[in-house]
Design a protein around this ligand. Structure first.
Ligand SMILES: CC(C)(COP(=O)(O)OP(=O)(O)OC[C@H]1O[C@@H](n2cnc3c(N)ncnc32)[C@H](O)[C@@H]1OP(=O)(O)O)[C@@H](O)C(=O)NCCC(=O)NCCS
Length: 155
């Protein structure tokens, strides 16, 4: 596997992050993000770098009351299936563990539940995350026909 390094995202990463997320948003695999959105929330993002190339990205979004969501998880073609996605999720769990006041729970809505279950997440009901439903799901065309699985990790 190439020498992939994980680090906090910086504004310099934004153009490559946008390109990567956009390529998957077009396939409805992640929610679309804008440059302004990334700029405003850059502290939530971590990136995986192969030298100057962006191999992956992921974000930990706070919801209050110690709840956090893994979102915008994406690994570039050419870097898939060698553990980069797993490393990104584990790094977000580390980030959640270091947060004050302490994080309580990390959740995700995903089409790839196995990836999360292997790490130690458990299946959950999406109704347990009403803030997510009120912000993202209500605007989703698949609201009544959701093809994502909710998973959660208690810290
Ligand atoms: C989903 C996604 C982020 C996974 O990233 P990834 O880097 O390929 O993930 P990993 O390599 O950690 O794991 C993928 C598979 O590779 C295998 N794998 C993981 N680590 C491995 C290793 N060290 N060696 C060999 N195989 C490995 C596992 O079988 C795993 O399958 P599983 O997830 O069904 O259990 C990536 O495919 C992607 O960007 N998809 C498009 C965007 C998307 O769907 N995002 C939403 C995700 S919630």
């Amino acid at each position: 596997m190439p020498q992939i390094q994980l680090m906090q995202a910086t504004p310099e990463d934004i153009p490559a992050m946008l390109r990567l997320l956009d390529s998957y948003a077009q396939k409805q695999l992640v929610l679309p993000r804008t440059a302004a959105d990334l700029q405003q929330n850059i502290q939530n993002f971590i990136v995986a770098h192969d030298g100057a190339r962006l191999a992956g990205v992921a974000a930990l979004r706070p919801y209050g009351d110690g709840f956090f969501e893994v979102r915008s998880l994406a690994v570039a073609h050419g870097y898939k299936n060698v553990g980069v996605g797993t490393r990104l999720v584990n790094a977000l769990l580390e980030k959640a563990r270091s947060i004050q006041p302490p994080a309580v729970k990390v959740f995700a809505l995903t089409k790839r539940p196995h990836l999360f279950l292997r790490i130690g997440f458990r299946l959950a009901l999406r109704e347990r995350f009403p803030a997510k439903i009120w912000t993202d799901c209500l605007m989703c065309p698949k609201y009544n026909n959701c093809d994502e699985t909710a998973v959660e990790y208690r810290l």
